[in-house]
Design a protein around this ligand. Structure first.
Ligand code: AMP
Length: 305
């Protein structure tokens, strides 16, 4: 059973205290798909220009990512550049060139429409909504958003997430969306907007999974060196939904429940941590499932008492 992933496929320029890369493969859908590919078969929906390199396409294909839904049109691929602060907790966007992404109007290939799992990367809420409407047999759908949509497209965003099972956002976005500074108070307000499951990501401090009657807190993995945090949130999302897809998660059947969601949050954290170990997507070129599972066990050890 496969996972449909929608979002940006990009070239990124990134500067961190460890170095600078002018142009490398990036984009939310790229990171989500690569991370999820260790658990399930991602089927990507996105758009690139005719400058999109064959070797980048090959990398995705080599990880088993289905690229039938990756449209290629004349023009340039979306380009984003950012620079991180010394502690890497803040980043400044230097450039956003939408290029062909400005006209992205996702149309799902027929073969994608019956898939049970959907991860909507951070794009305009109306587009996220239209993708969800194109799917016929969903078991689990959710996604990500960002400050810009929360502030300037609020009504559209609320109508969109009302139809989602889960929402993954960072702490500042949760505060903005709920109007509550306290995360414990923010969570029920957001759950009342539609999703039954909320994951609030807290960067290096980990993440919290909230459901109506419970919460589960996971710390961040203590990396010795963070080379490049770009895409960590997307890789978290890829690990989270990828694991649930691998398990055949189906809330309606009641077969898999809360503990699987907790494990999914750990796998999300594991994939986010691997992402930071190299620049861009480089860590995923040689990562193995055995390394992923070993880090999952490490999480179990350092959180048990
Ligand atoms: P993250 O670090 O998880 O926020 O993801 C960073 C990725 O998001 C980069 O690879 C960028 O190419 C991509 N990105 C940055 N800005 C946007 C945007 N406005 N819309 C879609 N994707 C974006």
């Amino acid at each position: 059973m496969s996972l449909v992933v929608v979002g940006s496929v990009a070239y990124d320029g990134v500067e961190t205290p460890h170095g600078r890369v002018e142009r490398m493969l990036g984009g939310a859908a790229t990171y989500i798909s690569l991370a999820a590919s260790f658990f399930t078969r991602p089927r990507l929906v996105g758009i690139v220009g005719d400058d999109f390199a064959e070797e980048d396409r090959q990398l995705l294909a080599s990880r088993g990512v289905d690229l039938e839904g990756l449209e290629r049109v004349p023009g340039k691929t979306f380009f984003w550049a950012g620079k991180y602060s010394a502690d890497m907790n803040d980043r400044e966007t230097l450039t956003t060139e939408l290029n062909v992404f400005a006209d992205f109007n996702p149309k799902l290939p027929e073969s994608y429409r019956k898939e049970p799992y959907l991860l909507l990367g951070n794009i305009q809420p109306a587009l996220q909504r239209s993708v969800r409407a194109q799917m016929n047999c969903l078991r689990l759908a959710g996604g990500d958003t960002m400050n810009f949509w929360i502030k300037d497209y609020r009504e559209e965003l609320l109508a969109t997430i009302a139809e989602w099972d889960f929402l993954l956002i960072n702490d500042s976005e949760a505060r903005l969306l709920s109007g509550e500074a306290n995360l414990r108070k923010a969570a029920p307000r957001i759950l009342a907007m539609g999703p039954h499951t909320l994951v609030i990501k807290r960067g290096e401090y980990g993440a919290i999974l909230f459901r109506e009657d419970s919460y589960f807190i996971v710390p961040g993995y203590l990396l010795e060196d963070v080379f490049d945090p770009t895409g960590a949130g997307d890789c978290f999302a890829g690990g989270f939904i990828g694991y649930l897809a691998e398990q055949g998660f189906d809330l309606k059947s009641g077969r898999i429940g809360r503990s699987d969601l907790s494990r999914a949050v750990i796998y999300g954290s594991v994939m986010g941590s691997f992402c930071c170990e190299r620049f861009g997507v480089d860590r995923f070129r040689e990562l193995t499932r055995a390394e992923i599972d070993a880090r999952f066990e490490e999480f179990r050890k350092f959180t048990s008492f």
